[in-house]
Design a protein around this ligand. Structure first.
Ligand code: UD1
Length: 378
């Protein structure tokens, strides 16, 4: 055991959230920090996601205390949104001068706040560091590379992340394999969500429908890709009903192409659902089709087959040890795997190391170690 720097010394953390998946990641950390006398924090919401269903509903269901600061940046182009977050976060951070800024995942808010902190000499902890798709056409890949290159504490969710960071020359001292903090939320809320029957609101039967989510630029920004996927889902829904809680950017694109209303009777579209409804829909689905990173991870833990609508993934463990199969946006592959699943042929998940519901306390330990504070596990 190491002596604490000073039993009374306090450190102040700014926790940054902006988009929906950040909220699922921050909730367990806030819970773990509430037991810490020497680590104080405030929650800063950039306002990247602002619709009630994309933000406020998640606060309620995940029992996240109200944010202390909301930068209210809203939607814009990548450059404008990033610049607006930076400008507003700089004012917020200067008024408080935190000891550390904690950022999550790979969204624009993550990178923007990391840049501001680095320029002001404030240490940065990145939760979900080291993930790489090696596809720089994804905005998130740029955000990951920039954020990691500026971070002082790299908190990694899977072994590939460790290898990527070492390969990029990060010091071993800065890198900690802590596991997947999203899975802390999943394991905490899963028992409660078993009392929900969200599928019944759409007349769906457990185990007899597919859940679909779609919002990545690679799938929705090119009209010919979106048209082809839409036609594939329409046809597939005649064999297996599909429920699609639609992200606002996808709805916008579908309306522009006049596709939104063009769906077969068993192809159901819903508004974005809250976290518990999403867990309920995932855990009762026959299979899931998605381009979300988090859902690849959640289905792997739930043991639900996942057809990942991407050419690559920054989360390779979900393919090697989880239930995810990369199908890109190929209708042929989607049909083939849907058929295999119907015949009972699909990947069974293995246990993934440190995806055990105890990642948040490990994040807290790493932060305490960084400040030279005694940790519970020393
Ligand atoms: C962002 C993240 C993505 C993450 C996703 C989760 C980046 C680069 N992308 O993508 O990695 O998987 O969040 O949902 O940060 N909109 C609304 N209401 C909202 C938010 C967005 O209507 O509350 C619409 C707007 O038209 C906006 C568009 O969605 O222009 C895109 O929103 P944005 O936050 O820029 O990116 P996402 O696609 O949500």
């Amino acid at each position: 055991m190491r002596l604490a720097k000073s039993a009374s010394q306090e450190y102040f953390l700014d926790l940054i959230v902006g988009a929906r998946p950040n909220l699922v990641k921050v909730a367990p950390l806030i819970r773990a920090l509430q037991h810490e006398d020497q680590l104080k924090f405030r929650l800063v919401h950039t306002g990247q996601h602002y619709d009630t269903r994309m933000s406020q509903d998640f606060f309620e269901v995940l029992e996240i205390p109200h944010e202390q600061v909301n930068l209210e940046v809203g939607s814009s182009s990548h450059a404008k949104q990033t610049a607006c977050i930076m400008e507003r976060f700089e004012d917020a951070v200067l008024s408080k001068r935190p000891s550390m800024v904690v950022v999550f995942g790979d969204v624009n808010s993550t990178m923007a706040c990391a840049l501001v902190s680095a320029k002001l000499g404030i240490p940065i902890a990145h939760v979900e560091a080291g993930l790489r798709s090696f596809d720089r056409s994804m905005p998130e890949e740029i955000n990951r590379i920039v954020t990691d290159s500026l971070s002082d504490l790299l908190l990694v969710s899977e072994p590939a992340g460790m290898a990527n960071l070492r390969h990029e020359g990060h010091s071993d001292k800065a890198i900690h394999q802590v596991g997947n903090i999203m899975i802390d939320s999943l394991l905490r809320h899963l028992p409660v969500c078993s009392s929900r029957n969200t599928y019944a609101q759409h007349d769906l039967i457990p185990g007899k429908y597919a859940l679909m989510t779609l919002h990545r630029p690679s799938n929705v920004d090119k009209p010919e890709t979106l048209r082809s996927l839409w036609s594939c889902f329409n046809d597939l829904s005649e064999k297996v009903p599909i429920i699609f809680p639609a992200h606002p950017r996808t709805v916008q694109k579908l309306k522009e192409l006049d596709l939104f209303q063009k769906r077969a009777p068993q192809f159901h579209i819903a508004e974005p659902v809250d976290y518990m409804d999403m867990l309920c829909l995932q855990s009762n689905a026959s299979f899931v089709m998605t381009d979300s990173g988090g859902i690849q991870e959640e289905t792997s833990v739930l043991g639900i087959p996942c057809l990942t609508l991407r050419e690559n993934t920054e989360r390779p463990i979900t393919v090697f040890q989880g239930t995810s199969t990369l199908v890109g946006n190929s209708p042929q592959l989607i049909w083939q795997h849907a058929h295999d699943i119907a015949e009972g042929r699909y990947k069974k998940a293995g246990e993934i190391p440190l995806w055990d519901g105890r990642t948040a306390p490990r994040v807290v330990s790493a932060i305490k170690q960084y400040f030279g504070l005694a940790t519970n596990d020393e």
